[in-house]
Ligand binder design. Structure first.
Ligand code: BES
Ligand code: ZN
Ligand code: ZN
Length: 492
């Protein structure tokens, strides 16, 4: 979609979309439209409440449709509300087969938000909201994307244009992630992820790539990752994408869970829980998307993307409950449940990364637990860490970007729940019924593989993949994590 800016409405557009705050002045709108809105407000067809949509009559205007959006109270409006409004608008326009529109949404927000942040949010909302996954739909079932939006904006504003530019890169990177996660597991295999990573490195001289194959993992002793992969015919991969944006500065490692299909293994998932498990590589895809965005923005940071990727399958060669594996850091792990596989691949990826690359900060993203969805639902990912400063920075980046985080506690009392009886560790909790505080006990396990680095764990099981779209998201993959990590890295 082409996003352009002009001082006036673009009269060649198919539709005019105007936003109105409750009790706000709309007198600058074309006269015919303003009087129609006055009538609607008087007769209460429309009250300008947040989320309302009114199709106005303004016969003198050159548009096929004139859409009036209620934005609610000005003092309660946020950039996230703006993104959601735009997402809904795009769905409405598409359902009326309108391809171009012009709007005052930038103009009426100009005094409320920082110009760069406003530009970013507008670009993100348009590109994210217009996304659809159509790789397997025939022509009749496909919907056309919007062709263009013309943002009416009277300020000569460089920061606003810069915001648009940044927002476009970030949203395109999130859409790239959605494509990858929406692909079926038969396509998006570990080799597919490796190819995507190689393509990112080939397109940017500041990115170096290294991929550990099964043989090297054996030599290096990554028994925890290898154990998960052993039931699959797909070879496992451990991918390192090194983006150097600032020589001599400390490195931040972003580690993403890349299970391309999670059957549960011998602790097989039942019907109803298996169907969306192609999305169990959403953390890995988000790390690729973040590296894509960060490198295209040329951020002055050193960021290492780490992707352990394999399938969790059942076969005669698959790992059994009760097996004991030895991880890269030497710790032994009893496999008490083959479905708790994400932590097993993250364990080796993290300790290997720390030993070889010595990052100052490690942030892992994983669709780790169903328990996290029970705790928070689909509107936030959980952040679990003892590092309060890191937590605050990430939560702030989440708030600004729309990829929201909510903290779960990491009290000392939890720390022994993964201790083994016949091994150093077990991969599910040995306390109580074993299932209590499942999102936290998963994090406890991972923490045993972090040595000196500052570390935070982000469980994205809820917001990474949705049964229904809303606002500017669609059913399926959301690209969660790209905006979060890129905003975090933009803070310097
Ligand atoms: N990939 C799942 C978690 C998941 C569930 C993600 C639903 C997205 C939607 C993970 O590997 C898993 O199966 N976790 C187990 C852990 C348990 C056995 C300790 C779970 O949550 O049940
Ligand atoms: Zn699992
Ligand atoms: Zn999983």
């Amino acid at each position: 979609m082409k996003i352009s800016t002009a001082k006036e409405f673009d009269t060649k557009s198919d539709a005019l979309v105007v936003g109105i705050f409750e009790k706000d002045n709309y007198r600058t709108l074309p006269l015919d439209l303003a009087s129609n809105i006055t009538l609607a407000l008087k007769r209460e067809f429309f009250q300008a409440k947040y989320g309302e949509i009114y199709f106005a009559r303004a016969v003198s205007l050159p548009y096929q449709k004139v859409v009036v959006l209620g934005l609610g109270r000005r003092d309660e409006f946020t950039l996230e509300k703006l993104r959601k409004t735009i997402g809904k608008t795009i769905k409405t326009l598409k359902s009326h087969k309108l391809e171009t529109y012009t709007t005052n949404l930038a103009e009426i927000c100009a005094t409320m938000f920082d110009s760069t942040q406003l530009g970013r949010a507008l670009a993100e909302a348009h590109l994210l909201g217009d996304y659809s996954f159509q790789n397997y739909l025939n022509k009749e079932k496909q919907t056309k994307p919007l062709v263009s939006v013309s943002l009416q904006f009277t300020k000569e504003d460089k920061p606003f244009q810069e915001g648009l530019r940044v927002g476009i890169i970030i949203a395109e990177s999130a859409n790239y992630v959605k494509d990858m996660v929406n692909e079926p597991a038969s396509v998006a295999t570990p080799v597919y992820i490796e190819k995507a990573a190689r393509a990112l490195a080939a397109g940017n001289t500041k990115i170096k790539i290294r991929v550990l194959e099964r043989e090297e993992m054996k030599k290096e002793g990554l028994g925890s990752l290898l154990g998960v992969s052993q039931g699959s015919t797909q070879p496992p991969k451990l991918i390192f994408l090194e983006y150097q944006g600032c020589k001599g500065q400390p490195t931040t490692a972003l580690v993403g869970k890349g299970i391309t299909f999670d059957s549960g293994g011998y602790n097989l998932k039942p019907t109803g829980y298996l169907e969306d498990m192609k999305s169990d590589m959403a953390g890995a895809a988000a790390v690729l998307g973040a590296i894509r965005a960060i490198s295209r923005l040329g951020l002055p940071r050193n960021v290492l993307g780490v992707i352990p990727t394999c399938e969790n399958m059942v076969s005669g060669g698959a790992q059994r409950p009760g097996d004991i594996v030895r991880a890269y850091n030497g710790k032994t792990i009893e496999i008490t449940n083959t479905d708790a596989e994400g932590r097993l691949i993250l364990a080796d990826a993290i300790s290997y990364t720390e030993a070889k690359y010595k990052p100052a900060v490690i942030i892992d993203l994983a669709t780790l637990t169903g328990a996290c969805i029970i705790a928070l639902g689909y509107h936030a990912a959980a952040i679990i860490t003892k590092d309060q400063a890191l937590s605050q920075d990430l939560i702030q980046a989440g708030e600004e970007s729309g990829d929201r985080l909510w903290p779960l506690p990491f009290f000392d009392e939890y720390q022994d729940c993964m201790d083994g009886t016949i091994s150093d560790l077990r991969n599910t909790s040995g306390k109580g019924r074993g299932s209590e505080a499942g999102a936290i006990t998963g994090a406890v396990f991972i923490s045993k593989f972090v040595d000196k680095a500052r570390w935070a764990h982000i469980d994205i099981a809820g917001p990474a993949f949705l049964a229904d779209g809303n606002g500017y998201t669609q059913k399926g993959a959301t690209g969660f994590g790209v905006r979060l990590l890129t905003y975090y890295c933009m803070k310097g």
